[in-house]
Design a protein around this ligand. Structure first.
Ligand SMILES: [Mn+2]
Length: 337
């Protein structure tokens, strides 16, 4: 029987995520990046282990895990508008190495990270592995994470990973005056990975879902780069199903897809145990619906969950809500029986 390459891809993806075929457990590797150098509030580095403890045993006991810890790195405060940039670059380099090695041994990297600056790791690893191919990025987040040291009001680098992926440099009217050292470090961040590919993605390779808290500089970038984005208002008018379809269509030109899920995309009523909660976000059901669809994509390169801070809101721990959402989404996507 003649089988097209697309059918083979679908078949491989099916085997990879079907526990009864042994695929899911054998093929997935959980890589926890336990760093919160990019966040304003400390504690998100404890998020990965807190989350993994709450997930069903069938997910975490049999799946290979690798922990990337960074307690040996400095909290360098000298770069005012790119806080801890040196330690973040080192964290990313370690993570890129692990993700690249996992993919090279035919494993699917599932990333559980501290803060969202780590989101640049899988994108950079992809361009190491496939410099000629196109990665589509679905960023589910309350924020656009598209600042640069030239525009960031806080200097917290969890607001910058996508600007680095897009290779955005100094704007015409920079808000912040950046010293030479930080300029060079930012360039290094844009060029992460052994092949130093920059930009790593084009603006047409990116879709935001549920962004709702943006600074004017970020709004300008979204407009000038024509980046596809859906707000909570779009969710209410179009419905999630339509957004999922539009997001998939918008990235249909890409070879692979990366899904990055910042838990602050969910509404603070679920939990406020994340560094920067914003009202009007996804319900648990919304998050499950989104993730289960995207997790089932046959060309999924990597999935990341990030920004769980177990030191915040102990009345309503974020790791428990996030684990409930993930377990349900994995089940619906066919990853869990
Ligand atoms: Mn984020």
């Amino acid at each position: 029987m003649w089988v097209s390459s697309f059918d083979l891809k679908e078949l491989f993806a099916y085997i990879c995520r079907t526990p009864s075929l042994g695929g899911f457990v054998k093929n997935v590797k959980i890589i926890s990046i336990e760093s919160d150098f990019g966040a304003g509030k400390k504690g998100a580095k404890l998020g990965p282990q807190a989350l993994l403890k709450e997930l069903p045993n069938s997910l975490t006991t049999q799946i290979q895990q690798e922990r990337i810890t960074v307690s040996d790195l400095n909290e360098n405060q000298e770069t005012t508008f790119a806080l801890h940039i040196d330690s973040i670059i080192e964290t990313l380099n370690r993570s890129i190495k692990s993700i690249t090695e996992a993919v090279e041994s035919n494993q699917f990297p599932w990333i559980v990270s501290g803060d969202h600056s780590n989101g640049l790791a899988a994108i950079s690893a992809y361009k190491n592995l496939y410099p000629e191919k196109k990665l589509g990025v679905i960023w589910i987040d309350a924020h656009a994470d598209i600042h640069t040291p030239y525009t960031s009001p806080s200097g917290n680098m969890h607001g910058m990973p996508l600007a680095a992926a897009l290779g955005i440099g100094m704007p015409e009217k920079p808000l912040n005056k950046i010293d030479k050292y930080t300029q060079a470090a930012w360039k290094q961040m844009c060029e992460l990975g052994s092949k130093r590919v920059s930009p790593k993605i084009q603006s047409s390779d990116l879709v935001f879902i549920d962004i709702r808290d943006l600074e004017s500089e970020e709004i300008e970038i979204l407009a000038s780069y024509s980046i596809r984005h859906f707000t909570p208002k779009d969710r209410l008018t179009l419905g999630l199903e339509a957004i999922i379809l539009e997001a998939k269509n918008a990235l249909s030109h890409c070879d692979h897809i990366l899904v990055s899920f910042d838990v602050d995309s969910m509404d603070p009523s679920i939990s406020s145990g994340t560094g920067t909660p914003v009202h009007g976000g996804l319900s648990k059901q919304d998050a499950i619906q989104l993730l289960s669809h995207f997790l089932a994509l046959p060309n999924l390169f990597s999935f990341e969950v990030t920004e769980i801070n177990p030191l915040l809101d102990r009345h309503n721990p974020m790791e428990i809500s996030a684990a409930e959402v993930l377990a349900e989404a994995f089940k619906k996507a066919g990853f869990l029986s």
